[in-house]
Design a protein around this ligand. Structure first.
Ligand SMILES: Cc1cc2nc3c(=O)[nH]c(=O)nc-3n(C[C@H](O)[C@H](O)[C@H](O)COP(=O)(O)OP(=O)(O)OC[C@H]3O[C@@H](n4cnc5c(N)ncnc54)[C@H](O)[C@@H]3O)c2cc1C
Ligand code: FES
Ligand code: FES
Length: 490
């Protein structure tokens, strides 16, 4: 058992043992270390002023991602290398992205600047060359600048990334790899403080199940892109935290010709490519999920377990026919994902149970899939309505249909009446689609809230089903999934 959080700082291993379990990385940096370069703007993951880079060992190399330090708990840095804005200039010389920000006048009041520099730093150090405008825009989608405007910032990014990569940071990366290797070698469970108030990070599922059985009231922590806001915005007094980040089996991804299984702790960034390979619409959904910082921290399991009616993955995965794997001290069980959601923020999860993995049924021959996210802003916005559709076709006839929506009910929910109305329809007979479109009004009674009115949601849902049918009818030959290798013909 280890009683201190251990992480990398400038090539050394830092140990912290007596902080409150809910201390954020930002507070530790600013208040504890007096490293005040990193700023607090919104304290809810939206503005990016607090961005730092977090590096983790991947096949012996430290790979850095940008994270929002305002909602990331210090304990989540265990086993990672923390790089703040003060750490990237080397030997008195600015990092190339800092140089470019100066040259292109990318800063006025400067409040956003440290966060923008850190987002560009990870793009520079990790982005695939050549770095184009789309990649820069994606890298900056989680960073708000209110006064400079983005043109000079984007120019600075393009300019800095246009030349061959400066190798100065590699010395830091190598020193960090040694430090993180030393931390990884201990393989111990982390338990900081005492039974009444702790930050714990079990190193195996066995220890995790035992700890949750002993403390069923503890808060399970994954990426903290929700839980972090309970602390910074709702000021919740969370005393017992069990972080899943040290359990390697929860980070596993397994792919067969028929299924993709994502461990609960697979981050949205890491799930992106595997989901995009099932269908490009899933790739675009993930690209628009939060910001690059949110995707680096947030997890597939957290997006399901939080039970939000407007979470993006659940409707898509329900339409695909995913199964959820749960585990706890009493053993494991599996259920269709839609059955997990019982009511508003009520899930079929016993105290002490945790989400282990989600198993996604890939598209087969003659399957077509579409999903659409409707938001007020294109990037970094939560859905007002999210619709997902999977059709199985026999020739031009719809043989099976699965439809799921987010934002239309108290939970992510299927549309049984619309699904039934679609079965047997001819894709080319547009007039015959009307009963299925009408059935959505019986399947859902949406709410009005600050994102959208009930009427708007109802119209949008109807239009999204129409769009899915029209797209599939229009290019059925192009986007019907090819048969995966090794799968028997139906
Ligand atoms: C700026 C911002 C933008 C966002 N944009 C989007 C968006 O576009 N789309 C979207 O859907 N969401 C969005 N979110 C919400 C959030 O990022 C996601 O829901 C995310 O997937 C939550 O995952 P997490 O790992 O951070 O969960 P956490 O915050 O760690 O946990 C969330 C909840 O799930 C529980 N939990 C987590 N993992 C498990 C597990 N394995 N077993 C049991 N319980 C568990 C926790 O106890 C907690 O109740 C956004 C959030 C922010 C701050
Ligand atoms: S302070 Fe705004 S994202 Fe962290
Ligand atoms: S320079 Fe002022 S907010 Fe960006």
């Amino acid at each position: 058992m280890r009683e201190a959080i251990r992480f990398g700082r400038n090539g050394t291993v830092r140990e912290v043992r007596d902080v409150h379990p809910r201390t954020t990385l930002l507070d530790w940096l600013r208040l504890g270390e007096r490293r005040t370069g990193t700023k607090e703007g919104c304290a809810e993951g939206d503005c990016g002023a607090c961005t730092v880079a977090l590096g983790r060992l991947v096949d012996g190399r430290v790979v850095y991602e940008p994270v929002n330090s305002c909602i990331l708990l210090l304990g989540q840095c265990d086993g990672a290398d923390v790089v703040a804005v003060e750490d990237i200039a080397a030997d008195g010389a600015l990092h190339p992205v800092q140089e470019a920000m100066v040259t292109h006048h990318g800063s006025q009041c400067g409040f956003c600047t440290p966060g923008i520099v850190m987002s560009l730093f990870t793009l520079y150090e990790e982005g695939e060359r050549p770095v184009g405008r789309d990649a820069v825009n994606d890298a900056l989608a989680g960073n708000l600048c209110r006064c400079t405007g983005y043109r000079p910032i984007v120019d600075a990014a393009l300019d800095a990334c246009a030349t061959a990569k400066d190798r100065r940071f590699e010395a830091h990366r190598e020193a960090a790899a040694c430090a993180l290797g030393e931390i990884a070698a201990d393989g111990a469970d982390l338990f900081m403080r005492d039974e009444g108030r702790f930050f714990a990070a079990p190193a195996s599922e066995e220890s995790l199940a035992a700890l949750l059985a002993r403390h069923p009231d503890a808060t399970i922590l994954a990426g903290a892109t929700d839980v972090g806001l309970w602390i910074t915005k709702s000021l919740m007094e969370i005393e017992k935290i069990v972080w899943l980040g040290r359990v390697a089996s929860l980070r596993e991804t397994r792919s067969t010709p028929e299924t993709l299984t994502l461990g609960a702790m697979v981050s949205h960034a890491d799930a992106h490519a595997a989901l995009a390979a099932i269908d490009p619409d899933l790739g675009e959904l993930m690209r628009r999920f939060g910001s690059i910082q949110v995707r680096a921290s947030g997890t597939v399991g957290g997006n399901i377990a939080n039970g939000s009616p407007i979470g993006d993955l659940p409707p898509a995965l329900i339409a695909l026919g995913a199964k959820l794997h749960l585990a706890g001290a009493k053993g494991t069980r599996t259920l269709p994902l839609e059955d997990f959601f019982l009511g508003y923020r009520q899930q079929d999860r016993e105290p002490g149970e945790y989400v282990r993995a989600v198993e996604i049924d890939k598209l087969r021959r003659h399957d077509a899939f579409r999903c659409f996210k409707v938001t007020k802003r294109l990037d970094e916005d939560i859905s007002a309505v999210m619709g997902a559709f999977r059709l199985h076709l026999e020739g031009r006839r719809i043989a099976r249909a699965r439809i799921a929506f987010g934002g239309m009910a108290a939970t992510p929910k299927r549309a049984p009446l619309a699904e039934a109305a679609l079965v047997g329809l001819d894709l080319d007979d547009e007039l015959a689609w009307a009963p299925a479109l009408d059935a959505l009004a019986q399947d859902y009674r949406p709410m009005s809230d600050h994102r959208a009115s009930a009427e708007y949601r109802a119209v949008v849902a109807r239009n999204l089903l129409f769009k899915a049918l029209a797209e599939i009818a229009g290019d059925a030959g192009l986007r019907i999934a090819p048969r995966p290798a090794g799968l028997a013909a139906e």
